[in-house]
Design a protein around this ligand. Structure first.
Ligand code: GDP
Length: 196
């Protein structure tokens, strides 16, 4: 499946965020969780999220269109061992300003490695989102690496977040339809036939 999707802008603060009226979904996760691969797989646009990895953009908010109504916001990956304290100290307020104040933000999609489960960072992200009444979606990435017999135990690890994870794999395509539907539903009012 291919969806019209494009890189639009990078922003290092709220003022630089695009002044559009699209409903936005912020996508956050530990570095190496599979965020770029999932964004590419969701839209079917190869290399789309690679634009976020070009120098200067890995530490910014990267804005993409997805279809006519939705904006995806690729947030910097956190937990990167090589990141300096100064860099981390600069990123934290940029991310919290965006999450706390961006008016067209509707949901936060938290990506968590299916084998790892949520940790402190993901719980606090979910808490911050809920304190603003944002919808919290959780995608358990790289689900192809989990054997069927390991799913029940993995699901228990996710229970702490209070939301069912969508098992996703950019490699075999598991969960991508479900995740697309959940994202598009955010931008379409109930009753719109395309929200089904
Ligand atoms: P990012 O740093 O979060 O953007 O992660 P990337 O998308 O660059 O992926 C990090 C690593 O995980 C790469 O080696 C990918 O090939 C691998 N990866 C990404 N998605 C999947 C997946 O669905 N399944 C498996 N098995 N590996 C994946």
């Amino acid at each position: 499946m291919k969806i019209e999707a494009q890189f639009v802008a990078s922003a290092s603060n709220l003022v630089q965020c695009p002044p559009w009226d699209r409903i936005e979904v912020a996508i956050a996760g530990r570095s190496n969780v599979g965020k770029s691969s999932l964004i590419n797989a969701l839209t079917g646009v190869k290399g789309l999220a690679r634009t976020s990895k070009t120098p200067g953009r890995t530490r910014a908010l990267n804005f993409f269109t997805m279809g006519d109504e939705l904006g995806l916001v690729d947030m910097p990956g956190y937990g990167y061992a090589k990141m300096s304290h100064e860099e981390a100290a600069r990123l934290a307020p940029m991310m919290s300003d965006y999450l706390e104040q961006r008016s067209n933000l509707a949901a936060v999609l938290i990506l968590i490695d299916a084998r790892r489960g949520p940790e402190r960072e993901e719980s606090s992200l979910a808490g911050l989102a809920r304190s603003r009444n944002l919808e919290v979606l959780v995608a358990a990435t790289k689900s192809d690496k989990l054997k069927n017999s390991e799913r029940a135990a993995a699901a228990k690890r996710f229970a702490a977040l209070g939301v069912q994870p969508i098992w996703c794999s950019a490699f075999d395509g598991e969960g991508l339809d479900t995740l697309r539907r959940r994202l598009f539903r955010l931008a379409r009012p109930a009753g719109d036939p395309r929200a089904a």
